[in-house]
Unconditional design. Sequence first.
Length: 480
Amino acid sequence: MSSEPSTSTATLKRTLKPRWVFAIALGSAVGWGAFILPFDWLDAGGWGGTLLGFLIGGALIAVIGLSYGSVISALPVTGGGVAFALASLGRIHAFIAGWCLTLGYAGIVALNASAIALVFRMALPDLMMQVKLYSIAGWDIYLPEVIVSTLFLLVFAWINARGVELSGRLQFVACVVMLLAVAAILIAAVAHFASADTALPPAFPAEVSPIAAIATIVAFAPWAYVGFDNVPQTAGEFDFSPRKALALLLWGVVAATFIYMAMTVATAIAVGDQRALYADTAWPPAVAITEVAGPIGMILMLVAVSMGVVTGLNGFYVSTSRVLLTMGRAKMLPRVFAELHPRWNTPVIGIVFTTLICLVTPWFGRAALLWVVDMTSFGITVAYFYTCYCAFKLGRSGRLPGMSEAQSPTVGLQVIGLLGCAFAIGFMLLLLVPGSPGALGMPSLIALGAWVVAGAIFFILRRKTYFATPDAELHRSVFH
């Protein structure tokens, strides 16, 4: 018998519309990096290597997305990543997936909150860089930045607590504004290139081979596209057929790839062969694009990066709370996480828990936070592997625990699932193998080790209650 009372069987409302789900996939996959890092990408990969790297990285992620879409169609449940691991490999792996996703997603919530403060620092440096508190890892922490990050965390916690209708509408509007701003930036840059005698920077860096340059950008893909996988966490709230999820996921990846490539092209045109002029500026892509497009260029960049950060903050709040809800229902976490707000019908405990964790982070500074967030890419690629393996099992047998009816086994899905598993393992190796283009630094590896140890301790503490739950009750709680 289980040592805890049965968890709540209340369900989330099925109100998520297709356009909101597309916005969750796109907005979560595109954050501050698309607008802050293109200058660094030109250094690392050149414009040719960067464009090819994102094409290849986007294609690899799309293969993983095929697995996600197939499994969502079979198991359209809340907290999909946890459910997929449970269905394919059992309880221990379900806990590992939940632990990886929870800390990974919460870490990105914290990162986006700090990115909001960074945007304010770049836009209003005289206001934001006052009342210096201290420095951590070479990063100066100012009181106004802590206040801004804290306010945004609280505001988006409130938005998510009120229901997915509000957060979904906000996500969609912000994504539309972001896409329009990126399109305007690209058009302005291309018009400048067509009308002025400008030279592009080198297509590939002189000091490395083209293959190495492309590989450096491909290694960035696990971090760049993290967030498209937010979609299965909300599958229990679709107000449409889950079969549509595959197209929504893939269009999200395509749109994200467009944004990354568009910002690379715009930055390459704006910088030209004058790299030294922008290397020491606070925000090289924005400064260069402002030179090309005038003050409207800076406005467009501020709008684009703000929408990218807001959609990431909102999307990962949604996903973290749904993963925590599912873990609570499965008794991997205390049963309070399984409860829904009596009025708003939202996983408010998960939202509050995420907020409390993230409210600590503005006080540690962005440099220290990046150590933690860098290693979360590894945790999310673990979830990629579980989903792709689940797709392989679905293709082989045509049935998974929790499915309402079996489907015909397909060799194609088995191949897609195995390819996705291979790509996920490749992404993990890029992060872990010393000397690889995406290798984690020592601070991030230490944070990853601490994360694993903390997960092992928590699993030991919850193991008795978790394993005491009968299979029928566990499946009913997770696959309901």
